[in-house]
Design a protein around this ligand. Structure first.
Ligand SMILES: NC(=O)c1ccc[n+]([C@@H]2O[C@H](COP(=O)([O-])OP(=O)(O)OC[C@H]3O[C@@H](n4cnc5c(N)ncnc54)[C@H](O)[C@@H]3O)[C@@H](O)[C@H]2O)c1
Length: 352
């Protein structure tokens, strides 16, 4: 097992049976336990959990529809009603077993229900393992606006067991790799190169690499839990990536990581102009991203709609759109004002 100290909880990386999970559950032996799953983690992950830990035999299971378009308040509302029906109280435990949609939404549901119930994350997608399950950002989308409603609230523990990856579709592995590329781009050029190599071997994720990415995420979060400064760097690629993900949520249904990969490419394009990223490094990023993440055909109407959505980015201040840019691979700056004309230019540069 490997351990990481997060803000006020631990992230354990290794097989669940060898982890402290069972000891942890002992604290809740008189409490009700609820497991939140989506359709896929219900099918592929739940039986492993409840057959390995008999303490969970009586747990209530709440099944949610899968997918980003279901990360909505209406779904959270249904879960709050179910929790009420099951008489779940403040001293009970919610276990989020799933990808980032389940860990984000489950954390939000637990944090608002009766003003806060303990929750833990057991991430089952690569993206949730290296990013979403750690750091205390929880929430739901509001229509196409990503994570518009939410709170900072930390899990009591995170257990990362990579055996869950055996059933994760390849496209979802690539989605997770996009966030790993981000960890390299913002903090460590060597890590970026190692993750770029991992793209050629999506069937077997290097556990040291996975751990290194969790460390990057956690290191940044611990320095700035509420995102008043350096944590903003974790949003590299997300100013543009989030509007891409939201805009195509009900049509192309691009995965989160796919959207962020395109967002990183366009924000790297802006970094050449506004942050002195060298042409050579820009081309290296372009090469890695375009080899696997297809860029949608942006029509003028798509571009106009997406640029318009930027007005609602959570990092905006005083009416200004503030983005993260990279002066070089491995270094990230934040709170850089980028006007809408420049964003439009970046989209247009990738129109064909
Ligand atoms: N809170 C944060 O700091 C943070 C950071 C990054 C991303 N996010 C959020 O995370 C979400 C994206 O996470 P995601 O990519 O995990 O999405 P997801 O939860 O939708 O999972 C992707 C798909 O994989 C399926 N799946 C998950 N585990 C599986 C398994 N073991 N076997 C088979 N199928 C499995 C899911 O059912 C889903 O269909 C977005 O909503 C994004 O906003 C949050």
């Amino acid at each position: 097992m490997k351990y990481i100290d997060a803000i006020d909880y631990k992230v354990e990386v290794g097989g669940l049976p060898q982890s402290s999970f069972s000891d942890y559950l002992a604290q809740y032996d008189k409490s009700n336990k609820v497991i939140l799953v989506d359709e896929n983690t219900h099918e592929h992950c739940l039986s492993y959990l409840i057959t390995t830990f008999e303490e969970l035999a009586q747990a209530e299971v709440i099944l949610l529809p899968e997918g980003e378009d279901n990360k909505q308040l209406e779904i959270a509302f249904g879960v709050w009603e179910a929790l009420t029906e099951y008489r779940i109280g403040r001293h009970d435990l919610i276990i989020n077993l799933g990808g980032g949609v389940i860990t984000d939404m489950g954390g939000f549901i637990a944090s608002c229900y009766k003003r806060g119930v303990d929750f833990i994350n057991i991430p089952t997608s690569l993206l949730a393992m290296v990013d979403a399950s750690i750091g205390g950002k929880t929430g739901v989308n509001l229509g196409a606006f990503k994570n518009q409603i939410g709170v900072f609230s930390n899990p009591k523990a995170v257990y990362v067991d990579t055996s869950f990856l055996s059933t994760l579709p390849e496209l979802e592995v690539l989605s997770g790799i996009a966030e790993m590329l981000k960890h390299g781009l913002i903090s460590d050029a060597d890590l970026f190169s190692r993750v770029a190599e991992q793209i050629n071997n999506v069937k077997s994720i290097d556990s040291d690499l996975l751990f290194a990415c969790i460390e990057v995420k956690n290191r940044v979060v611990v320095q700035d839990p509420l995102e008043s400064g350096v944590r903003k760097t974790l949003n590299f690629g997300h100013t543009i990536g989030h509007v891409i993900e939201g805009h195509y949520m009900n049509t192309l249904k691009l995965s989160h990581g796919h959207s962020i990969a395109i967002g990183m490419l366009l924000e790297a394009f802006l970094s050449v102009e506004l942050a002195s990223l060298s042409q050579e490094e820009y081309l290296a990023i372009h090469h890695v991203i375009t080899a696997v993440y297809e860029i949608p055909l942006f029509t003028p109407a798509d571009i106009m709609a997406m640029v318009d959505m930027l007005d609602n980015d959570k990092k905006n201040k005083g009416g200004k759109i503030l983005s993260c840019l990279i002066p070089k691979i491995g270094k990230c700056t934040f709170d850089i004002e980028v006007n809408k004309d420049l964003f439009t230019r970046a989209f247009k540069a990738f129109q064909s």
